[in-house]
Design a protein around this ligand. Structure first.
Ligand code: GLC
Ligand code: GLC
Length: 636
């Protein structure tokens, strides 16, 4: 098919019937221009997924209508922001970027109180805040808010939609980007669509995957993973009212929506535009790897998942181009990078760097980290990694078994070791982690725990061991030094900047005790903000942040992962037109000697170590202390 020709014809037919009377003449012009630019690719994606349906044109027409409504409802202030952000499309690559992820209730209490914490964000240099899901969701267990009952209503315990809009405005004036979750793989079983499906509406049953018996589910099941085997085996849940089996990849109360139905794509687009119009700067695409199901596959990372995300991206470009997508694909590294594209997700979590930083801390070796980063660490120059060490979830060891095998490491055995190490079962481990999602059939699991507890601070403080405390603090700073210097958006997790330890109180809460991830969902109260329990961590981190934010070479510059100068060291070179910065991190508690050969990229000059503010002669060997890191800068 000649897509260009058909797309033009289709667009002219749609426009001929589109009621734009709610838009001013000037606004009509903008909307039409955006359609001219983006409709062709939207048309192609939509056709690829839904073109076989006899009523394809009807749904496409409905979709454009939804886009027009979204555009009409977009406040003028946000339309101005669209212009501004389009003019500086690589804002997320700049050295000033620094993110934090937090729960509204755990960090502040509610939306109004969170607004009062803007001065704290500013004092830390934070200008990107991911608010964990804050929508209406079931009482009790709601998977930390990831079971959404209504995208347009704020969880009443946190405030109202007006509070959220006020916060968005306040963030905007303070220069803070707001990131909201777009939980679009599933709704809660209390969402009005699910309620209607339970009440027998066939139209709404077609919004989900519902089966009369287990014949088809069993066929799918042959190739599926189990994400939360500790709460339920398999991927389907029996719904007694309709006597049907519902696809539930995560918890039983999280119903996967059915994107093979174009009505679902359109309905979710409408919810997405609503969230964009609240005034956020990025949407975090939750569990995006799971949105397309294909019999005979593991139903993750399917080609049509990409097509759909590209289509959502086009819709956003038409209505709210200030908003970018952040991919949350915690999957095989080769699959993670496939979501990253300026027309798909401009931002992506970097789970590989995260997992391998933990691996290097445990093994004191950097070869898997270096080899893996050399393979998939560099992405399109229009996009950016979001680099993190901890988040609200567990740590999954999603490295590439093939890369490991080339180094003589057996992937499964090594994962077993890492789980043993971080749950403290391995003799000599410094970590206090908790096993999560243990699969009774495979014995596999993942690890939870706060950054400080996993770095050894909890154990060291309990044993009152000053030397061990010092090492734990050094580990905490080392890992932060990497996310602050490697390029992309560094994303802190609330509480880590204060070195907060595991919170075991979830074990007494019936709605949480089955989900160990709560051990690392920790409240940050006023007392902590006023006086850090670990000022050594907080102050040193602040200093590092200031350095990062003052150095252009740590922003949009290129990153090259270098051969490891030593089996315990990790090195990469940042470079732009005028400067080079060589970052080296020592992942062991012993002193290391770095041979001048490994500093060759600095061309035998005298470099400034941005961290210690001293100068280094690159013709001489460099000595790194336990867990020391250096950022060696030279001008070109
Ligand atoms: C994402 C969230 C996680 C949640 C899951 C299902 O992975 O980070 O917390 O359980 O999606 O929504
Ligand atoms: C799995 C999923 C990921 C989710 C996590 C929740 O790793 O791939 O999307 O965040 O489980 O714990």
């Amino acid at each position: 098919m000649d897509f260009a020709k058909q797309s033009n014809l289709t667009l002219s037919r749609i426009l001929a019937q589109l009621d734009m009377s709610d838009l001013s003449a000037a606004q009509q012009k903008v909307f039409k221009q955006r359609l001219q630019s983006h409709f062709p690719s939207l048309f192609q994606s939509y056709y690829e997924v839904y073109g076989w349906q006899y009523d394809f044109f009807f749904h496409l027409q409905q979709l454009v209508n939804t886009l027009k409504t979204g555009f009409a409802e977009r406040p003028n202030t946000l339309k101005n922001k669209d212009k501004k952000k389009l003019a500086q499309s690589d804002w997320y690559k700049q050295e000033n970027m620094l993110g934090m992820a937090c729960y509204v209730d755990l960090f502040g209490g509610d939306l109004k109180k969170l607004q009062k914490r803007i001065p704290y964000f500013k004092s830390m240099g934070i200008n990107y805040v991911h608010l964990m899901p804050l929508y209406k969701s079931p009482e009790g267990d709601s998977d930390g808010g990831y079971a959404v009952s209504d995208y347009r209503t704020v969880n009443p315990a946190l405030g109202s939609m007006d509070d959220l809009k006020a916060l968005a405005k306040a963030f905007n004036s303070a220069g803070i980007n707001m990131v909201l979750d777009f939980v679009f793989n599933h709704t809660s079983d209390e969402h009005e669509w699910a309620m209607a499906a339970k009440a027998g509406s066939e139209q709404h049953q077609a919004y989900y995957y519902m089966f009369d018996d287990k014949t088809i589910p069993n066929q799918y099941e042959e190739n599926l993973r189990e994400i939360f085997p500790q709460v339920r085996r398999g991927n389907f849940t029996y719904e007694p009212k309709t006597k049907k089996w519902v696809w539930t990849t995560f918890n039983s109360f999280q119903w996967d929506v059915n994107y093979s139905n174009p009505e679902v794509f359109n309905a979710i687009t409408s919810e997405m535009l609503f969230l964009a119009n609240v005034g956020c700067d990025a949407l975090r695409l939750d569990a995006l790897a799971f949105i397309w199901k294909e019999m005979g596959t593991n139903c993750e990372n399917q080609a049509k998942a990409h097509t759909l995300i590209q289509a959502f991206n086009r819709c956003l470009q038409i209505v709210a181009p200030a908003v970018v997508f952040k991919s949350e694909a915690i999957v095989h590294p080769d699959e993670v990078v496939k979501y990253i594209d300026k027309d798909e997700c401009q931002l992506s979590y970097n789970p590989l760097l995260m997992a391998l930083i933990w691996n290097s801390l445990a093994t004191r070796k950097t070869r898997l980290l270096t080899a893996s980063m050399q393979k998939t660490g560099v992405i399109s120059e229009h996009c950016s990694w979001v680099n993190y060490i901890r988040c609200h979830d567990d740590i999954g060891w999603t490295f590439d078994d093939q890369v490991a095998a080339e180094l003589g490491i057996n992937g499964d055995d090594h994962r077993y070791f890492l789980n043993q190490f971080y749950t403290g079962r391995f003799a000599g481990s410094f970590a206090n982690g908790v096993a999560f999602g243990e699969n009774p059939s495979t014995g596999d699991c993942r690890v939870c725990g706060s950054l400080a507890s996993l770095c050894g601070l909890e154990r060291a403080q309990a044993e009152n061991d000053a030397a061990a405390i010092e090492l734990a603090i050094k580990r905490i700073l080392l890992v932060h030094s990497i996310i602050l210097s490697v390029g992309g958006v560094p994303l802190l997790y609330a509480g880590d900047d204060f070195g907060l330890l595991n919170d075991y109180s979830y074990q007494n809460d019936p709605s949480k005790q089955h989900d160990a991830r709560w051990v690392n969902r920790i409240a940050v109260d006023d007392k902590t903000l006023a006086a850090s329990p670990n000022p050594d961590i907080t102050n040193a981190l602040k200093q590092l942040i200031e350095i990062r934010q003052s150095q252009a070479v740590l922003g949009a510059a290129s990153t090259e992962f270098l051969p490891a100068p030593n089996e315990h060291a990790f090195a990469y070179l940042r470079e732009d037109q005028s400067e080079r910065c060589l970052c080296i991190a020592n992942f062991s508690e012993h002193e290391l000697t770095i041979h001048p050969e490994s500093l060759a990229c600095l061309q035998q000059s005298i470099a400034t170590d941005l961290c210690a503010l001293n100068t280094i002669d690159c013709r001489q060997p460099l000595y790194l202390g336990p867990y020391q890191f250096v950022w060696l800068k030279v001008s070109k």
